[in-house]
Write a protein that binds this ligand. Structure first.
Ligand code: TF8
Length: 338
């Protein structure tokens, strides 16, 4: 009796194990997710994607792969985002700014001098306010897996050192394809030209434009120092990066695959932000060593520029929406303990 029941138990246990194994492999299909990036592969985005890809492979028993495409080879931020919406590309890493034409509320992040520190950006984006913006994405065919970092933006140009408001006057500046940036640089007196990131290097080289603005990491990664003399530490805006997945493809994945993608995008986030901040800390010295002249804008002048660009908040409030602006500004006050 004792012997029989043990055999029976063993058989039941074996059957259960088999069932579980079957279910586990059904949860994960062989997948290869193609990710579009505008930058080149040495960028901290590469560290983030490598960490994310190692995580998806491990958690799916080797089934889910992440394949990165660099230098805008699958398209610019905006055209890739459109391809992700239709499902012809699985994922894109993009700044929020080019996506504002699809989701106007994201324009709040383009308002000049919104964030002061990366820490407060992390707190806001990784919390319920970040979720509020992510929840707007499925309606336009996009799933935001996590918030990564593009970073604080600074100004470069080949015309003159910029150390005060008046120096922006008449400088032909490439800006992202976004009305808030366009208006901000027009308000500073520059001749602002919207253009996809993929075209910026050659536009600077041929002097189609005099300058552009981007985080240090992008200035260094894209070798803009080869075609730009002056770097001004203007820190006029912070760009978050969206990790956008195609809803069309997402809807065909299992719940377990969804969970792995979300968890691993967060694993990638930690690595990407860490690498980005480490590179940022060295970039100014590197850019100086490459021959750039680095200029600061003193605090009083920064306050003056901030004051002069304050009109952007009112002028774009309607297009962005009162609700997202209030949510972000209230949350920032809370984070800052005001
Ligand atoms: C821009 C953006 C881009 C980023 C990058 C492609 O200036 O800052 O550089 O979105 O990831 O267009």
């Amino acid at each position: 009796m004792h012997h029989i029941s043990r055999t029976a138990l063993t058989a039941v246990a074996a059957a259960t194990l088999l069932l579980a194994a079957g279910a586990a492999s059904a949860q994960f299909q062989s997948r290869n997710f193609r990710v579009s990036n505008g930058v080149s592969k040495e960028h901290p985005m590469g560290n983030g994607l490598a960490a994310m890809g190692a995580c998806t492979l491990e958690k799916s028993g080797g089934k889910m792969k992440i394949q990165a495409f660099w230098d805008g080879s699958l398209g610019s931020d905006l055209t890739s985002t459109q391809s992700v919406r239709t499902g012809s590309i699985d994922m894109v890493l993009t700044s929020t700014a080019p996506v504002v034409s699809i989701v106007p509320a994201l324009g709040v992040f383009d308002l000049p001098f919104l964030f002061n520190t990366a820490t407060e950006a992390d707190q806001l984006l990784d919390g319920k306010v970040g979720d509020y913006f992510s929840s707007k994405m499925p309606a336009v065919g996009l799933i935001n897996l996590a918030w990564w970092e593009n970073g604080f933006r600074h100004t470069t140009n080949s015309k003159r050192p910029i150390t005060k408001f008046e120096d922006f006057d008449g400088v032909k500046m490439r800006v992202m394809q976004n009305n808030v940036y366009l208006d901000t640089f027009k308000t500073l007196g520059s001749n602002a030209v919207p253009m996809a990131f993929t075209e910026v290097y050659s536009a600077l080289e041929t002097r189609t434009v005099d300058g552009q603005e981007n985080p240090f990491t992008n200035i260094e990664n894209m070798k803009f120092y080869e075609v730009q003399k002056y770097l001004t530490l203007s820190k006029h805006a912070y760009s978050p990066t969206l990790v956008l997945f195609s809803k069309k493809i997402w809807d065909g994945l299992s719940e377990q695959e969804h969970a792995v993608l979300k968890e691993c995008a967060v694993v990638g986030r930690a690595e990407q932000r860490k690498a980005n901040r480490a590179m940022e800390a060295k970039s100014v010295d590197n850019l100086r060593a490459k021959g750039m002249a680095v200029n600061e804008i003193n605090p009083a002048e920064t306050a003056r520029i901030r004051e002069k660009t304050r009109v952007i908040y009112e002028r774009h409030a309607k297009a962005i929406g009162e609700e997202p602006i209030a949510l972000v500004t209230d949350e920032l006050k809370r984070i800052r303990g005001q």
